[in-house]
Write a protein that binds this ligand. Structure first.
Ligand SMILES: [Zn+2]
Length: 426
């Protein structure tokens, strides 16, 4: 029998408002018992948690695994391994691979390949063929194949009339439309935030206005069509205010905040160079504070990573020449524990909601809970344990991580996927 008995855990499950000491038994891939003082089971491996937190596995609605097309940067396998190392048991992969994930065949191929990997992949389907912004994909066919959302992430669909039509067509299909918010024509050189630091460095930068403008368009479209818009990687204070106003009007909008936009600001490029370059860029300290506050209040429903692997050679091209993106799966929980929980007293149950329960809820993914019968997709973590981030040891193929060399407080100890131990750092 394949069985695991977790003893002396702090069981936290936001789906049932549970935060209690206890034990949890996993048998044959599912949770079979939860409670105090569960008896030993013949053949079960016992894991003494010593008070560490056992929670439903984390879920990231925004990752780039570069497969197919750029498998020297990441593959579905290495991306899933990195996810497992970060406590994630579910990820939504973006469609901007090469070729793009714009057909039912591409969705099915991804899902089929994923069957034996260390994390569940829920693929996104492209809004437009080849992400070219010209012709819509077949939304119903993508959904039937297993797509969980529609997005041209990495790019904004510039043609407003076409994107309005996309929103209209997403409604009967029942898929959220995930939007990358950079207004075409306002994106500048996409090197970093436009401000004093970009000026000093002689870079054009991308103004906050680029995000704010297109967010206004897309939320207006959502209001008119009834579409569910999911605003990706919100990076500006005004962006959070625009979303708050839309939510107050009853617009179907959900949104993401990223660890890097919460815990770093534009000055990080002076220290980390292109390893602090992503799109949308790191903004001002005031913007970062606004993103943290919005995640804590739930205005931004989820924390996601935008895990975006690139090679060291590409990142060595400097702020102007390097591609956008940083990796985040193996540091997300630790950075959030360090900042939100330790420094700002954000409750653990709410943090786990933003990283586990809320993402599954808003994208209609299978629910995972600490209840008998649920899939045994679990993360065990020690909120107190400190560790030095050494990107050279990551399971991801990539090393473009701005936290490299920093000590973080809070570490994943173990990740379990369908009852199988996929990461063990105890
Ligand atoms: Zn994006």
């Amino acid at each position: 029998m394949n069985a695991l008995l977790f003893k002396n855990a702090r069981l936290i499950d936001p789906t049932q408002k549970m935060d209690a000491k206890g034990d949890l038994l996993v048998e044959n891939g599912v949770v079979s018992a939860v409670g105090p003082n569960l008896p030993a089971v013949d053949g079960a491996e016992t894991v003494d948690c010593n008070g560490a937190v056992l929670a439903p596995g984390l879920c990231d609605l925004h990752v780039h695994f570069r497969d197919p097309g750029q498998t020297h940067k990441e593959t579905l396998e290495t991306g899933c391994a990195a996810a497992a190392a970060g406590g994630f048991t579910a990820v939504v992969t973006m469609a901007n691979t090469s070729p793009a994930v714009d057909s039912p065949e591409a969705i099915r191929s991804c899902i089929k390949r994923n069957a034996t990997m260390d994390c569940r992949i829920y693929p996104a389907g492209a809004v437009t063929k080849g992400l070219a912004g010209k012709e819509l994909t077949d939304f119903a066919a993508l959904k039937a194949a297993g797509a969980v959302c529609l997005t041209d992430d990495g790019l904004t669909v510039a043609n407003g009339a076409l994107f309005y039509e996309a929103m209209e067509k997403s409604v009967p299909v029942g898929l959220p439309v995930s939007v990358h918010c950079e207004a075409p024509g306002f994106e500048g050189d996409r090197s970093m935030n436009r401000g004093d630091i970009s000026k000093k460095l002689g870079l054009v930068g991308t103004p906050a206005l680029a995000e704010e403008l297109i967010l206004m368009r897309d939320l207006f479209f959502a209001e008119k069509t009834g579409a569910h818009v999911h605003a990706q990687h919100v990076s500006t204070r005004r962006g959070t205010e625009i979303i708050a106003a839309a939510k107050a009007r009853g617009v179907r909008v959900t949104a993401e905040g990223m660890p890097h936009h919460m815990f770093l600001d534009e000055s990080a490029v002076l220290e980390c160079g292109a390893n602090a370059k992503m799109s949308p860029p790191l903004r001002t300290p005031d913007d970062a504070e606004a993103i943290r506050e919005a995640v804590k209040s739930g205005l931004l429903d989820v924390i996601a990573t935008d895990h975006a692997p690139h090679t060291p050679e590409e990142k060595a091209k400097g702020m102007a020449g390097a591609p956008n993106g940083i990796i985040g799966l193996e540091t997300a929980l630790a950075t959030c524990l360090d900042w939100l929980y330790h420094r700002e007293s954000f409750p653990l149950i709410d943090l786990i909601d933003r990283m586990s329960a809320a993402p599954r809820r808003i994208f209609n993914l299978p629910k995972v809970a600490l209840t008998p019968g649920s899939a045994a997709d679990l993360v065990l973590f020690d909120p107190e344990r400190e560790w030095l981030v050494d990107a050279s040891k990551f399971r991801s193929k990539a090393r473009n991580c701005p936290w490299n060399g920093r000590t973080l407080r809070g570490q994943v100890l173990m990740t379990v996927l369908g009852g199988r131990v996929v990461c063990d750092k105890r």
